[in-house]
Design a protein around this ligand. Structure first.
Ligand code: NI
Length: 138
Protein backbone atom coordinates (compact mmCIF):
# COMPACT_ATOMS: atom_id res chain seq x y z
CA UNK A 1 0.00 0.00 0.00
CA UNK A 2 1.21 3.49 -0.85
CA UNK A 3 1.37 6.65 1.16
CA UNK A 4 -1.96 8.06 2.35
CA UNK A 5 -2.94 11.27 0.52
CA UNK A 6 -5.61 13.69 1.72
CA UNK A 7 -7.69 15.50 -0.89
CA UNK A 8 -10.68 17.82 -0.88
CA UNK A 9 -13.94 17.08 -2.69
CA UNK A 10 -16.55 19.67 -3.64
CA UNK A 11 -20.10 18.42 -3.57
CA UNK A 12 -23.68 19.63 -3.56
CA UNK A 13 -24.87 20.00 0.06
CA UNK A 14 -27.96 17.89 -0.45
CA UNK A 15 -26.02 15.10 -2.17
CA UNK A 16 -23.51 15.05 0.69
CA UNK A 17 -26.33 14.91 3.29
CA UNK A 18 -27.82 11.91 1.50
CA UNK A 19 -24.41 10.23 1.29
CA UNK A 20 -23.81 10.81 5.01
CA UNK A 21 -27.24 9.34 5.80
CA UNK A 22 -26.48 6.28 3.69
CA UNK A 23 -23.05 5.56 5.13
CA UNK A 24 -24.39 6.04 8.69
CA UNK A 25 -27.11 3.48 7.94
CA UNK A 26 -24.52 1.10 6.47
CA UNK A 27 -22.35 1.46 9.57
CA UNK A 28 -19.31 3.25 8.16
CA UNK A 29 -17.18 4.97 10.79
CA UNK A 30 -16.35 7.89 8.46
CA UNK A 31 -16.59 9.25 4.92
CA UNK A 32 -13.04 8.26 4.00
CA UNK A 33 -13.67 4.54 4.46
CA UNK A 34 -16.95 4.76 2.52
CA UNK A 35 -15.28 6.61 -0.36
CA UNK A 36 -12.37 4.12 -0.45
CA UNK A 37 -14.89 1.25 -0.76
CA UNK A 38 -16.76 3.04 -3.56
CA UNK A 39 -13.53 3.60 -5.49
CA UNK A 40 -12.42 -0.04 -5.05
CA UNK A 41 -15.85 -1.28 -6.17
CA UNK A 42 -15.67 0.82 -9.34
CA UNK A 43 -12.10 -0.36 -10.04
CA UNK A 44 -13.15 -4.01 -9.67
CA UNK A 45 -16.07 -3.42 -12.07
CA UNK A 46 -13.65 -1.86 -14.56
CA UNK A 47 -11.35 -4.92 -14.36
CA UNK A 48 -14.36 -7.12 -15.24
CA UNK A 49 -15.46 -4.89 -18.09
CA UNK A 50 -11.96 -4.70 -19.54
CA UNK A 51 -11.66 -8.51 -19.69
CA UNK A 52 -8.79 -8.70 -17.22
CA UNK A 53 -8.19 -11.77 -15.09
CA UNK A 54 -10.70 -11.71 -12.27
CA UNK A 55 -11.97 -14.08 -9.63
CA UNK A 56 -15.46 -14.77 -8.40
CA UNK A 57 -17.92 -17.26 -7.01
CA UNK A 58 -20.89 -18.75 -8.84
CA UNK A 59 -23.66 -19.94 -6.52
CA UNK A 60 -26.25 -22.35 -7.92
CA UNK A 61 -29.37 -23.75 -6.31
CA UNK A 62 -30.86 -26.63 -8.25
CA UNK A 63 -33.29 -29.51 -8.24
CA UNK A 64 -31.63 -32.70 -6.99
CA UNK A 65 -34.18 -34.91 -8.80
CA UNK A 66 -33.25 -33.69 -12.31
CA UNK A 67 -30.52 -36.30 -12.85
CA UNK A 68 -29.67 -35.16 -16.38
CA UNK A 69 -29.03 -31.68 -14.97
CA UNK A 70 -26.25 -32.99 -12.73
CA UNK A 71 -24.55 -34.43 -15.85
CA UNK A 72 -25.00 -31.17 -17.75
CA UNK A 73 -23.54 -29.15 -14.88
CA UNK A 74 -20.51 -31.45 -14.66
CA UNK A 75 -20.02 -31.45 -18.47
CA UNK A 76 -20.08 -27.64 -18.58
CA UNK A 77 -17.57 -27.39 -15.75
CA UNK A 78 -15.22 -29.90 -17.43
CA UNK A 79 -15.54 -28.03 -20.71
CA UNK A 80 -14.56 -24.80 -18.91
CA UNK A 81 -12.00 -26.42 -16.59
CA UNK A 82 -9.65 -23.50 -17.17
CA UNK A 83 -12.13 -21.21 -15.45
CA UNK A 84 -13.33 -23.40 -12.58
CA UNK A 85 -10.72 -23.65 -9.83
CA UNK A 86 -12.77 -25.29 -7.07
CA UNK A 87 -16.28 -26.51 -6.35
CA UNK A 88 -18.26 -27.30 -3.24
CA UNK A 89 -21.49 -29.28 -3.26
CA UNK A 90 -24.01 -29.15 -0.42
CA UNK A 91 -26.99 -31.53 -0.27
CA UNK A 92 -29.29 -28.88 1.22
CA UNK A 93 -32.37 -31.04 1.81
CA UNK A 94 -34.03 -34.08 0.13
CA UNK A 95 -34.88 -31.96 -2.95
CA UNK A 96 -32.27 -29.23 -3.34
CA UNK A 97 -28.57 -29.02 -4.07
CA UNK A 98 -26.38 -25.99 -3.52
CA UNK A 99 -23.22 -25.74 -5.61
CA UNK A 100 -20.52 -23.13 -5.12
CA UNK A 101 -17.90 -22.68 -7.82
CA UNK A 102 -14.77 -20.61 -7.37
CA UNK A 103 -13.87 -19.20 -10.79
CA UNK A 104 -10.91 -17.35 -12.25
CA UNK A 105 -10.33 -15.99 -15.74
CA UNK A 106 -11.13 -13.12 -18.11
CA UNK A 107 -14.23 -11.23 -16.87
CA UNK A 108 -16.46 -11.78 -19.92
CA UNK A 109 -15.65 -15.54 -20.04
CA UNK A 110 -16.48 -15.99 -16.36
CA UNK A 111 -19.71 -14.07 -16.87
CA UNK A 112 -20.62 -16.22 -19.87
CA UNK A 113 -20.03 -19.44 -17.88
CA UNK A 114 -22.27 -18.14 -15.08
CA UNK A 115 -25.03 -17.44 -17.64
CA UNK A 116 -24.67 -20.90 -19.23
CA UNK A 117 -24.96 -22.62 -15.84
CA UNK A 118 -27.81 -20.42 -14.63
CA UNK A 119 -29.90 -20.98 -17.76
CA UNK A 120 -29.91 -24.80 -17.48
CA UNK A 121 -33.38 -26.23 -16.87
CA UNK A 122 -33.73 -27.17 -13.19
CA UNK A 123 -31.40 -24.46 -11.88
CA UNK A 124 -33.73 -22.50 -9.59
CA UNK A 125 -31.37 -19.65 -8.82
CA UNK A 126 -27.88 -18.72 -9.84
CA UNK A 127 -25.70 -15.79 -8.99
CA UNK A 128 -22.19 -14.58 -9.75
CA UNK A 129 -20.32 -12.69 -7.04
CA UNK A 130 -17.50 -10.84 -8.73
CA UNK A 131 -14.31 -9.62 -7.16
CA UNK A 132 -10.73 -8.89 -8.12
CA UNK A 133 -7.54 -10.91 -7.92
CA UNK A 134 -6.40 -8.04 -5.72
CA UNK A 135 -3.17 -7.53 -7.65
CA UNK A 136 -4.31 -4.20 -9.07
CA UNK A 137 -6.15 -3.12 -5.94
CA UNK A 138 -4.29 -1.27 -3.20
NI1 NI B 1 -26.82 -32.72 -3.72
Amino acid sequence: MGRIVRFGVSMDEELLARFDGLIRALGYANRSEAIRDLVRERLVRHEWEEGEEVVGVIVLLYDHHKRELTDELIDLQHHHHGLVIATMHVHLDPDNCLEILAVRGPGPEVQRLAELLRSLKGVKHGQLAATSTGRKLP
